[in-house]
Design a protein around this ligand. Sequence first.
Ligand code: APR
Length: 263
Amino acid sequence: MFNGRVLIITGAGVSAESGIPTFRGKDGYWRNLDPTKLATPEAFARDPNLVWDWYRERRQRVRQAQPNSGHQAIAKLAVQAGEFLLVTQNVDDLYLRAGLPADKMVQIHGDIFMTRCSRCEFRRYEHEHDVGSLPKCPECGALMRPGVVWFGEQLDAAKIEIVENFMRGGDCKLVIVAGTTALFGYIIGWALRARGQTGQLIEVNPEETSLSQFATKSYREPAGTVLPRLVNELLSNINRVRRSIDCLQVAFRRPCDSSSGAG
Ligand code: APR
């Protein structure tokens, strides 16, 4: 097993090649509306039908989408790296469908299929189909809302704790930030803290972002192209190191084995 610690932070750009529009890209507009203005508590209070329509359409698009080579590469690394965490701002389930173990991922902005009560703690998962056009809570009768984090809302403390707990485990040899404009302070903060003094910070994004100035290397290409290449290179280096370690162990063990045999 590779013992290096790896943190990957991703955003909407990784799912773009699966046909899911990014938030700030030109295809992100929905019925001529800016998604960054729809994903707010104010928009929901003003017009819950409109916001629900948008989420239902997005849910349907996610259900029909397939994981792409970027998701698959991240899932492959997650399985083979020693200590690994993916922090994603994406609310879709494409990493899980690509085979990434659920305990190696935090969806820091929530899960698009979760529906929760806007008043009480009731929540339910609507993965297969949506329940009602303007759903009401079966417990308290209040309006149900998408269970995601909107602009201006607090992140889930339990999810922050998973990230912080991973950080406490030590610096990461490798931090990859892919497909995000990295507009939120916590995204840049986690990336910089995780790499510590010596870790590599790799950015994968066709565009320059506010994170670029801190990156040890930036790939200005789509995630679906770069990530499989990067992960394969990384895993072949790791396997080479592992084989060298195995050879050294065998070489050192030989004299001991023969002496114990002779004794
Ligand atoms: N590969 C890699 N990066 C890409 C690709 C691609 N194929 N296509 C687009 N990108 C990049 C864009 O250059 C952009 O920097 O992905 C980024 C997408 O940015 P945003 O739409 O701002 O998405 P994200 O950074 O995930 O937004 C963060 O803001 O709206 C909220 O909660 C929402 O989770 C979202 C958060």
